[in-house]
Design a protein around this ligand. Structure first.
Ligand code: NI
Ligand code: MG
Length: 567
């Protein structure tokens, strides 16, 4: 048995150390360690609850918007506030478009290089890449000269010493299975997606004021002023002159601009993202059974489709247990608890599972001190706590949401899953493990991007007669109870998140977050059971311990963000 450490893991958010024990070319055991403490829960104590979301969204630089949403929802839940329909739809468009950007950036810029060999791409025939592109999609940039330019650009970056993320790959590794033309095709789209994501992120800036960390959430709704003055005017007639200026988001011009960006996103998902992911799936069939993990999947559900207290959700709430997607179990926030038995926190040394309202964050570092650089022999080894759902370790994220939605019979998800499995000539079991997480992310991008135009149309129609974007009836703290508590769950692009808070008047007395990566990257629990990523790594084949690309595949398939996970 030999110990192998990867630290820091790159192409993720935050600081992550992975240690594995290797024997006979396979991972026998694994440990995930979040190596940085952050303390956002403590920073939130003593704050005005109406400001909490501004701090809470600093949990993450990629999915902060989802944490802002969970935070305002938690305060709204404590106060019994129902937000206006316009606010619900704006939040759906904000979060939904974030899913699409996040999933595409994750695939191309964080995960693709685990499947795509850059050295092989440089040896590809651009004409072969053009022929392959034409055979899988009608996306226009697909000529021989387009792929020749992409190849030259990558070569140039290399010779100028500016290879950046391409500089230290395990190029030429025998685990890479794509033909040269496919490697060039996806690497060209890697470059294209850099521009593309900058364009689509404009939806975040139009509705959120900035990105990351939007500024327009508000307890009770959204802080956006509708400018609904009737039919749109040509820009030249605006009082501020003929300069190209962003229109007010909630105006006919603003919604038209967002609509055009959604069309652009839909095209990219249908014609670039999905075909590229399917191309990878076709060449990596040997990964279908690898990296499965705990086999328990949790989704809190997201995208309320109506304004009732228990709304229909585009992506349903539920659990799938023991990898059996034929049955869906219910989910309630009261089932969430955390243990710090193997984390760097003081809990009176009992290691017990505690629900978030009873949970505290008391840092107590007991890990290795320099020059020791191993987790071996450390009983406590991570700044992440270990969440469990009624005692069970759970996986969260796009695969979990997709399996739960399929089990629940959600029509959009069923159609997309069935289309993908038919294209691949595979059964639904392809939706598990490392490859399944990669495919599910693309399926989910498709489901959400297909739904965005309906929310936008609904918003436009509703604004014609109803301009309410916020309920300010509880804004003055004089109307608040002297003590109360609230909770909210949400689904960030990376998976299920929950915020729990206790209030004294309008001041935050206690604040606890359980993030998607807290679930996925969790250390062992009080019964010694591994977290989802730790479990998924066990059994991974490793051809060359100096170039463990197979381990990276499984790590990146979770899109882990231990910075979020620790918060
Ligand atoms: Ni994050
Ligand atoms: Mg927490």
């Amino acid at each position: 048995m030999t110990r192998l450490a990867i630290d820091p893991v790159t192409r993720i958010g935050g600081q992550l150390r992975i240690e594995v024990d290797l024997a006979e070319g396979h991972v026998r055991d694994a440990w995930c360690s979040g190596t940085m403490f952050r303390g956002l829960e403590l920073i939130l104590e003593g704050r005005d609850a109406r400001d909490a979301w501004l701090f809470a969204q600093r949990v993450c630089g990629s999915c902060g918007s989802a944490h802002a949403l969970a935070s305002v929802r938690a305060v709204e839940q404590a106060l019994g506030l129902t937000i206006p329909k316009n606010a619900r739809l704006i939040r759906n468009v904000l979060l939904g478009s974030l899913y699409v950007v996040s999933h595409i950036v994750h695939f191309y810029h964080r995960q693709a290089l685990d499947w795509v060999d850059a050295r092989s791409a440089l040896e590809a025939d651009p004409a072969a890449a053009a022929a392959l592109a034409g055979s899988i999609s009608d996306w226009p940039p697909s000529s021989t000269s387009y792929f020749a330019d992409a190849r030259d650009k990558i070569t140039r970056l290399g010779t100028q010493g500016q290879l950046g993320p391409l500089a230290h790959g395990y190029w030429g590794h025998p685990a890479y299975a794509l033909p040269p033309a496919a490697n060039l095709l996806i690497l060209a789209h890697y470059l294209e997606a850099l521009d593309w994501q900058r364009t689509l992120t404009r939806i975040q800036t139009l509705l959120g004021g900035k990105s990351p960390h939007p500024q327009t959430y508000l307890v009770g709704g959204m802080a956006l002023a509708p400018a609904w003055t009737g039919p749109s005017r040509p820009l030249g007639e605006h009082p501020w002159g003929t300069e190209r200026t962003s229109p007010a988001a909630l105006s006919p011009d603003g919604l038209a601009e967002i609509g055009a960006l959604i069309d652009h996103a839909t095209s990219f998902v249908d014609r670039v993202f999905l075909p590229d992911v399917l191309l990878i799936a076709q060449h990596y069939g040997d990964w279908a059974g690898l990296g499965t993990g705990v086999g328990n999947y949790l989704s809190f559900g997201e995208f309320p489709e109506d304004d009732s207290a228990g709304p229909e959700l585009l992506l349903p709430r539920g659990r799938v247990m023991d990898s059996d997607a034929s049955t869906m179990f219910e989910v309630d926030q009261s089932g969430v608890a955390e243990t710090v038995a193997h984390a760097y926190y003081d809990d009176g040394n009992d290691g017990a599972l505690r629900q978030p309202w009873d949970q505290q964050t008391v840092p107590r570092y007991t890990g290795p001190k320099p020059p020791i650089i191993t987790l071996e022999g450390s009983d406590e080894y991570s700044w992440l706590k270990a969440p469990r759902y009624f005692d069970d370790p759970m996986e969260v994220g796009p695969l979990a949401r997709t399996l739960v939605a399929y089990a629940a019979g959600a029509p959009g998800v069923r159609t997309s899953v069935d289309a993908v499995t038919a294209t691949l000539g595979a059964g639904r079991e392809i939706l598990s493990g490392t490859l399944g997480r990669t495919i599910a992310r693309a399926i989910e991008a498709k489901v959400v991007v297909d739904r965005l135009p309906a929310w936008l149309a609904d918003l436009k129609a509703n604004l014609a007669g109803d301009l309410a974007v916020v309920d300010i009836s509880k804004w003055e703290p004089g109307s608040w109870p002297s003590e109360t508590q609230g909770w909210a769950v949400a689904e960030s692009p990376r998976g299920a998140i929950g915020h729990w808070l206790k209030l004294r008047g309008h001041w935050v007395d206690r604040y606890q977050v359980v993030d998607a990566s807290t679930w996925n990257v969790s250390p062992r629990d009080n019964r010694g059971r591994r977290g989802a990523l730790e479990e998924a790594l066990v059994g991974t084949p490793v051809r060359d311990r100096d170039q463990p690309v197979e381990i990276l595949r499984t790590i990146h398939s979770f899109d882990p963000c231990p910075a979020c996970g620790v918060h």
